[in-house]
Ligand binder design. Sequence first.
Ligand code: AMP
Ligand code: MG
Length: 336
Amino acid sequence: MKITKIYLILLAVLCTGCSQSALPSVTAEVYAMDTVMTLTAYGDSAQAAIEAAETALLELENTISRTRVGSEIYDLNQTGSGVLSDATISLLQQALDYGALTDGAFSCTIAPVMDAWGFTTDAMAVPSDGALSDAMALDDNATVVIASDNTVTLATGQAIDLGGIGKGYASQVVADVFTANGITHGMVSLGGNVYVCGGRTDGDPWRIGVQNPSDLSTYIGILSLSDGFAVTSGGYQRYFEGNGVTYHHIIDPATGYSAQSGLVSVTIVSPDNGTLCDALSTALYVMGEEQAIAFWQSGVVDFEMILLTDDNRIVASSGISEQFVPEEGFAYESLT
Ligand code: AMP
Ligand code: MG
């Protein structure tokens, strides 16, 4: 069995032409949450902002990573109950809310299923039917109980995985740190979770490259964004091959298998909510094109999206389509 694992920056903020700024800038690379994170801030407080953001990211990893021994989520998963901090309760509650909103396409109780596939370790393999159905029985958001004193209780054997929402939340945390430090221009890419503010220092919007899953050194198109969040999910981000089949890390909770929805990548854009972008990029990938479009059209949450289908079509929602320029070779459709 061939095992392939990749960690790449999935959305890149392209920096051509942004070097002529008179403003001081600081760039840092941080390795956290299994991801190379790149942060750039401009202005007199750039150094302080970057240092504060780095500290916040490492603290967050130590709080919400389920593989980090002693984190709040690690301890909760070990014992089945625990008192969590306000911030972690809020994130867990949001994860559960996105589960309800997406009719179970997003599921933060997917942990036992991820473990059955070995995705949390380097021993990825197709589980037996019995092991998979046992794990799927534990994937149930309804048995997660959050009490008013921040005590969380899980069903026996159940575990929480915030991997589908955590980096988007982290990008939001960095955005708050930048705002608190008065950063007027900045860009951050946390493994495909992008946050930008203030546009480039030359007055143009930031240019965000949406990666091409079939050639990771190229893009399917460029998104122009001055302020906001853009998050991409795709099955190409972490996968292994077994018996000629590719199994990836986004699980369809309905089947317990990698989602085979006809989508190759999903990018979600929001002016102010990175957590939403991350949760929905995962959920809409599971849903597939038709359901994703219906979900966007329902207006139940406000967001924009760029879908890439397995037959090389790009479908963009109307609020973002004019800010996105597709590369040649893709059919491009704007929703109304
Ligand atoms: P993302 O890269 O944001 O799409 O998130 C993928 C990660 O989220 C996986 O590595 C798992 O930790 C977790 N995950 C996988 N499938 C789901 C799902 N259906 N709902 C929520 N989280 C998931
Ligand atoms: Mg996600």
